[in-house]
Design a protein around this ligand. Sequence first.
Ligand code: CTP
Length: 399
Amino acid sequence: MFPRGRKLLLGVAGGISAYKSCDLLRRLQEQGFVVDVVPTSASLNFVGKATWEALSGRKVLTDLWSEVESVPHISMAKANDLIIIAPATADLIAKLASGRADDLLTNIVLASTAPKILVPAMHTEMWLNSATVENVEILRKRGFVVIDPDEGRMTGSDVGVGRYPETGRIITEIDKVSVQTADLIGKKILITAGGTREPIDPIRFIGNRSSGKQGFALAMAAASRGAQVHLVIANSDLPNIDGITTTVCETAEEMAAILNLEFPHCDALIMSAAVADAKVLNYSEGKIRKEALDKVELAKNPDILKSLAQIKRSGQVVVGFAAETFTSLDALQKSGHEKLSSKNLDLIYVNDVSDGAIFGQEKTKGIIIDKFSNVIKVPEISKDTLADILLDQLVHKLG
Ligand code: CTP
């Protein structure tokens, strides 16, 4: 787990200037980037795998067919916040422009949603060839940042445009792009995950089916976008996330106590935990016999979200969740609107959890509503993707 923009993939294509990327790698590491190197097989003619492993201090995969059990082209596409390909040859540029994916690097590029920077380096004739010019244009239109090559001496005696740029110029471009993706830098985000439990006796409790997956996905996504995250976890079995402050609690009252302390210091609260609405008034130190179970008295728990949202200061953003069992979208939307306004929220994510859907699952589906009644219908997507969509909205609300 690294802050957004600090986990970078360096693709190296088969050009003689591949050796210059060794210096680039070093400079990136000095800037605090953690770099995975993915050389194409052609590039290994210029710089070998051992060099990349020694310099990066990380394992280097060179083909699509190694470690397939971990599906590296997808895991690397997801893990890296930025892809830079230096040098990018005319052939690689052509492949990317046509959307081909016939080796590890091109598969990663196709699977990644991260910003991508290309550093073309080739002979002048190849750079100026209309095929390359058109391919570069296509890639720029698709959002690739293509750094113009330098002018000067080529591999042989020729002079012209097409040289691998000075490392400093590449680093400046990377810095520009990585700052754009770190849109939560400097923000403190308080996130709750899991479900509270209200003890009845030493054996039993009132609880719910929340696994914590959505809250953890939010925490991970917010941290990777540069936020300082405090995750308050109620009864989740998920492993801790490195680099994220976590506090564990059991009951709604414990959660409320933590949030009351932390809320004034945060820029946003995302309340994805399922809080038990009721607690037991007459907790028993000994096991309650079944004949006496009807003597268990319940009282309402405080509505933590509502009480914090009432005291939010201007600029602070509060996001709620609501798990419902309405199968119609209209009913879901209506109840979302009501909860959003009665609890003074900026955003709410409402979902239908009927028939075992969503709780404990990898996927989610629902509706995001904001206080201006803007509605986003979310089709079935992963909880990680929802986390990023909600954070996009949050960034917008934080201004
Ligand atoms: N919530 C809370 N404190 C509670 C109950 C809920 O902070 N005691 C928060 C949840 O974390 C969630 C939101 O309120 O973000 C919606 O909870 P939900 O139970 O759906 O709404 P309620 O207002 O409790 O309405 P009801 O249970 O009657 O549907």
